[in-house]
Design a protein around this ligand. Structure first.
Ligand SMILES: C[S@@+](CC[C@H](N)C(=O)[O-])C[C@H]1O[C@@H](n2cnc3c(N)ncnc32)[C@H](O)[C@@H]1O
Length: 186
């Protein structure tokens, strides 16, 4: 094996290790929303009032970039823990010259959410539980939440949209009344 081949293999190994390590830490791999899910989330987002949009776990940036392009006059903020997907998303943002998007490499669970019209996310059941607890505890000034696939525990969505895919994957839409989720059984 040449030094060049060894270097390439070492880089691939380190990148994979970083992604696996971050996935174990956050509880979810950085798998992006499908094209259908992205399109549906963009359509559902039109019902949100004008204001900042937050994406929790922005991964490789696909959805955050789509939201920033859809709403060039609004601020979009993405939070992502995993360094490699975050770096790729920042590179894509710079390459495409998108100015209304801020990508933060931060754990959204230990961050105070700014005032926002809309939160979007594609997490996992445990992440949704932690998010519901955070919203309940901190009462952030957020008007609407759209979640791909996973529901907020203990609260009824205002709308559930089924994707035309193999799993009829749900997209949940919640309106947060008085900056709060209505809590049924938590
Ligand atoms: C399934 S991916 C979704 C990516 C993107 N939102 C999309 O829909 O295409 C979930 C992402 O959330 C990130 N994540 C999970 N928990 C997080 C946390 N507490 N803070 C920041 N990022 C988190 C993961 O690293 C992962 O990249």
């Amino acid at each position: 094996m040449s030094a060049f081949e060894f270097t390439i293999l070492a880089i691939i190994f380190l990148i994979s290790l970083s992604i696996v390590w971050s996935s174990l830490r956050s509880g979810i791999t950085p798998v992006p929303s499908s094209r259908k899910a992205r399109k549906t989330i963009l359509t559902a987002s039109q019902k949100a009032p004008v204001g900042t949009i937050i994406e929790l776990g922005s991964g490789w940036g696909n959805l955050a970039l789509a939201l920033a392009k859809e709403y060039p006059e609004r601020q979009v903020i993405g939070y992502e823990l995993s360094p490699i997907p975050w770096l790729v998303s920042v590179a894509l943002q710079r390459f495409q010259g998108i100015m209304n998007l801020t990508l933060r490499r931060q754990n959204f669970l230990s961050t105070e959410f700014p005032e926002a019209a809309l939160i979007v996310c594609y997490l996992y059941p445990g992440g949704m539980e932690k998010l519901a607890e955070k919203i309940w505890r901190e009462k952030p000034d957020v008007k609407m939440l759209i979640s791909n696939t996973f529901a907020l525990p203990g609260t009824e969505p205002d709308q559930t949209i089924r994707l035309d895919d193999l799993y009829r994957s749900p997209i949940y839409v919640y309106r947060l009344k008085d900056n709060q989720i209505s809590r049924n059984e938590m």
